[in-house]
Design a protein around this ligand. Sequence first.
Ligand SMILES: Cc1cc2nc3c(=O)[nH]c(=O)nc-3n(C[C@H](O)[C@H](O)[C@H](O)COP(=O)(O)OP(=O)(O)OC[C@H]3O[C@@H](n4cnc5c(N)ncnc54)[C@H](O)[C@@H]3O)c2cc1C
Length: 465
Amino acid sequence: MSAATTPRLPPCDLAIIGGGAGGVLAAMQALRQATTPLRIVMIEPRDVLAQGAAYATSHGEHVLNVPAGRMSAFDDRPADFLDHVVATTPAGGPDRETLAHAFIERRRYGDYLRTRLQEAIAASHASLQIVHDSVLELDARDDGATLRLAGHGALEARGVVLAVGNTPKPLPARGAPQLPEGHSIAAWDFDAVKAIPVDADLCIVGSGLSMVDTVLSLADNGHAGTIHVLSRHALLPLPHCHGPAATYDPAPLQTMDLRARMRFLRAAAKQAVADGLPWQAAMERIRPHGQALWQSMSIADQRRFLRHVVRQWDVHRHRIAPEVHAKLQALLDRGQLRLHRGRLDTVMAEGRCLRVTTHTRDGRTDEFDVDYVVNATGVEMRAQTMRNPLLHDLLGKGHAQAGPHGIGLKAARDGRMVDAEGNPQPRVFILGSLRIGCVWESIAIPELRGQAETAVRELFAAVPA
Ligand SMILES: Cc1cc2nc3c(=O)[nH]c(=O)nc-3n(C[C@H](O)[C@H](O)[C@H](O)COP(=O)(O)OP(=O)(O)OC[C@H]3O[C@@H](n4cnc5c(N)ncnc54)[C@H](O)[C@@H]3O)c2cc1C
């Protein structure tokens, strides 16, 4: 777009960068908390808000990993998502109690956030302008920031919430860029996964929640081909189990080193089982303490955790609906789903198929032929390797620094972005997965809604009406 035709945006009180779930939660907080006609601008390149990788799926087999009763967008209205689910479930469907424990289709969560956003717009003193564009640069000052957008020029903002999420990882294999078109598929390209022919053999790289999504879509299609799943640890997500949390006191964990914490948790899980509870009850007990547990660990123990424990942690912490787990298990039991432990080395076109070569831990090389390869390796955590020009700009100019262990960006305890010199930026807050290095638990809705509420409250206190 030429300078003459670039639509200029009037200055705003608050700019929210990113219109995924996190950005929408921040916008709703700003609309609710505003007591004067503030101008809020949200910048998001996608046509539809509140999607991101999680809620963009239109396929009913992709369900939330958390029961509906715990997915409210607001801390002060804990049953709000459940209310929406009850209100939008056709008459004759499950009752409220059943729905509270149900794992609802993820597409309904995006609908919920968009519905509540429209309601917040209608009820607010403030206005919200949605600009479909990308922010390429951000220059932070003590009294606000200047944003540079790809198609709309500069935008002056008195406060900023940065909610840009993560970018997917490329397939970690030699030969991947040369694969025949359409045969290397990203797990989050839900429609492309759905279009895989039912008799095709395929290899899913990665064994986490994106792999689960892929397998569910294949199963929903009545897939008959072999599904190879390759991952370094060959661990599959474990199931939720409905019931109360265990009642042990988690406080002593905070002063223990990593080894002692692991021993403590194993013992707590055993005790739960001895008390007639599932092992999951022990994990549920520490779920609200995830950030405190991470922050009370030494840097050396955090590093050890990332190197040796994280995958075990993930499968126990990021659990899946029991019915989803049962489907995976059935595919494994009948040999249609084959789990391989190893590291992907190459994927090459060989005649009409793709040859996948892997290295196992004991130094062996393994090979198998498939028709498709699906990249389910998840998201980039390191800000430097994320393909997001805005993050490169922030780091390059010293407005931000990488977070602990290179994960995301460094943020102060209240969420203010920290510059290269170690000073918090007074008017720029970070929300969501970019804060994982600092606080660990920073991706699920309970954390995002709390961060959104704090960021907006602090910004409105700093920005004179
Ligand atoms: C498959 C999956 C299932 C999940 N299930 C659950 C669940 O059941 N329960 C739960 O609590 N959590 C779940 N999560 C966690 C989920 O990630 C978060 O709840 C949420 O989607 C993260 O939202 P976000 O806004 O932080 O990031 P994203 O959803 O990634 O949104 C970031 C947005 O920023 C935009 N953006 C990026 N760069 C720029 C830029 N430079 N300028 C402007 N815009 C930009 C992007 O276009 C994107 O829309 C799940 C996640 C995944 C991936």
